[in-house]
Design a protein around this ligand. Structure first.
Ligand code: SAM
Length: 242
């Protein structure tokens, strides 16, 4: 019977994605929502400039990757999408949940160029929704005539998230300006604003009093914030404790 070919596969990471996102909380829920720069560093077995020859002809790439931080927790038949406030369940294959049978994610990102850093071939990308250290299992060009379906319907996620206002204490503004003057933190102000304006809180916390002190980790900094009547207020930045 040839109708069912036995299948099993051992996937290897071809590359590792380097991003400023050091914890899952705060990472945008889809790509293209925050204009943030990251790098794809090829693993030794794939670290060959010929393997990316011609890739600069593409403005965007598909990244296929592993939700490596969730893989040990297995998968669920039904999940509670954050968009539905955690109240309603959908089948895993009807969502972009990270708790999937093979733990595979896919994101379209912008490609800025190819460089060699410390002997490694690297792609400079932006707009990714990936945790720092995410294993990349494949990379392919995004092909607009086929991949972009302008009148597509997408159920619970038809529109981009509604943004929330972000304000800053005087201390936070001074700290951001000081860090942003250092090369490794360039774009920090835009990154903090982009991440927090998505309101990373779970939906069930929204639209009610929320006195909690929150924190997101970007680069090696913890950004502390809370909710006010205006939206989100950034309180201060602290180096992440190691
Ligand atoms: N665009 C991808 C997709 O549709 O397959 C990912 C969507 S998923 C909802 C995005 C979330 O995955 C992020 O907000 C972050 O919390 C989580 N995430 C990103 N990288 C991860 C990783 N390596 N392991 C586990 N979770 C990750």
């Amino acid at each position: 019977n040839r109708s069912r070919v036995p299948f099993s596969s051992q996937l290897n990471a071809v590359a590792i994605c380097r991003t400023p996102y050091k914890q899952k909380f705060g990472i945008p829920r889809q790509p293209g929502l925050v204009d943030v720069v990251g790098y794809i560093e090829f693993e030794p077995a794939f670290n060959h400039i010929d393997a990316v020859r011609g890739i600069e002809q593409n403005s965007h790439l598909w990244l296929l990757f592993c939700f490596h931080e969730n893989i040990a927790q297995g998968w669920k038949t039904m999940v509670r999408p954050p968009r539905l406030g955690g109240n309603e369940k959908l089948g895993v294959f009807a969502t972009r949940s990270t708790f999937r049978p093979n733990g595979i994610g896919q994101s379209v990102v912008k490609l800025h160029g190819v460089v060699q850093r410390k002997g490694k071939v690297c792609l400079i990308i932006s707009g990714m929704d990936l945790l720092d250290g995410t294993p990349i299992i494949d990379i392919k060009p995004y092909i607009p005539f086929s991949d972009a379906i302008v009148d597509a319907k997408s159920g619970i996620a038809q529109d981009a998230p509604v943004l929330i206002a972000v304000t800053y204490t005087a201390i936070a503004l001074t700290q951001i300006a000081q860090y942003a003057a250092i090369e490794q933190y360039q774009g920090l102000a835009e990154l903090i604003n982009g991440v927090l304006s998505q309101d990373p809180r779970p939906a069930y916390k929204k639209n009610k009093d929320d006195p909690k002190l929150y924190q997101v980790a970007l680069y090696d900094l913890d950004i502390f914030w809370h909710i006010t009547s205006q939206g989100i207020e950034v309180l201060e930045l602290k180096p992440t404790k190691v």
